[in-house]
Design a protein around this ligand. Sequence first.
Ligand code: B16
Ligand code: MG
Length: 224
Amino acid sequence: MIYQVVKKKMNNNLKAIIFDLDGVVTDTAEYHYKSWELPLKEEGIDFTEKENEKLRGLSRRDSVKTIAQTKDVVFTEKKENEIMEKKNQYYQEIIEDLNKNDMIDGIYEILVELKNKNYKMAVASASRNAKQVIKSLDLDNFFEVIADGNSVNKSKPAPDLFLFTAKKMGFKPEECLVVEDSKAGVKGAKEAGMKVIGIGPKERIGEADYCYKKVSDIDTKKIF
Ligand code: B16
Ligand code: MG
């Protein structure tokens, strides 16, 4: 009798990889911070970089609400809208200069490797500016689907954006793996029934299936 040793792959039925944008493909956290800092200063509010960490992965509306909670202030809906609008104006001015050099270390090599291995790829970002950012980074060709802040009503930590992305690509949740840098994103992806690679400190992304400090640390040979 011939015995055949079959190497059991860990992610046998994996077909699609869904990337978060800010914090995974490009590091725009600092730009988001700078854009919040200015309109908040006009309201007499000092907003620190550490406080900005809480906003990682949250939609613009959820961010302004989190800021009010953190600073123990109340914004009317009109004021919320005004602050959000100014924030986005600043943010759009900053990202006008975004280019290929703003990619996170190691991400381009991973995209090329996964494309060569025939995985389908998508972006699922809370940002309403996601499409423009991807265009500026010249990465459009890698992604079948770009789901953004306009795609669903309930943003991260809800699973909706990830489920929307998988459906649009034509895959089941269990055929997808998500790469995320935020607590909200890891939670949403897990709730969607997907495997997750978390990027960042354990206290932020510790619920992920695979945890790495940096994108360039991802062990692609082990996972894909
Ligand atoms: P915008 P991601 C998120 O993007 C950012 O992490 C978060 O800080 C930001 O508030 C959110 O996008 C909304 O961005 O104001 O451009 O719509 O990490 O989900 O790619
Ligand atoms: Mg992110």
